[in-house]
Design a protein around this ligand. Structure first.
Ligand code: MN
Length: 138
């Protein structure tokens, strides 16, 4: 058994995120053949990822708050704590908090041996895209 060293919380890079987004690594590349990446990601109100996709897909498990997850095709899911969202390989999407509350999710990715290849990043989600089709949050 090994107790991992405490890894510092890091702020996610503004190139790929809008608003305040913080990441705590849970598990990452370890021994040869271990490719699971697990991160807890915390979004401030209104914060979200940029458009992106995952070559090997992504599992999101909402821990707290309400997540918005939307595909490029305009399919938006509003997902509460305790629910899991599967983003298939190559499907462009974004995820984030609602405008008026925090959201935290566990993000599970397969690094495929190269953590940098777990996501392919595109442009930011504009305020118009973010708010489009959203029901007023009560
Ligand atoms: Mn994603």
């Amino acid at each position: 058994m090994e107790l991992d060293p405490r890894r510092p919380t890091v702020r996610n890079p503004p190139e790929n995120f809008t608003g305040d987004v913080w990441l705590d690594p849970v598990a990452g590349p370890r021994d040869e053949g271990w490719t699971l990446m697990a991160n807890i990601v915390r979004f401030g109100p209104g914060a979200r990822t940029a458009w992106h996709s995952h070559p090997r897909g992504q599992t999101l498990y909402v821990l707290e708050g309400v997540a918005w997850v939307e595909t490029r095709a305009g399919e938006r899911q509003e997902v509460g704590a305790g629910r899991t969202v599967w983003c298939p390989p190559g499907e462009e999407h974004w995820h984030g908090a609602t405008p008026d509350s925090f959201m935290a999710h566990l993000a599970l990715n397969d690094s495929g041996g190269d953590p940098a290849s777990a996501a392919v990043w595109g442009e930011h989600v504009t305020d118009e895209e973010y708010l489009a089709g959203a029901e007023p949050v009560s």
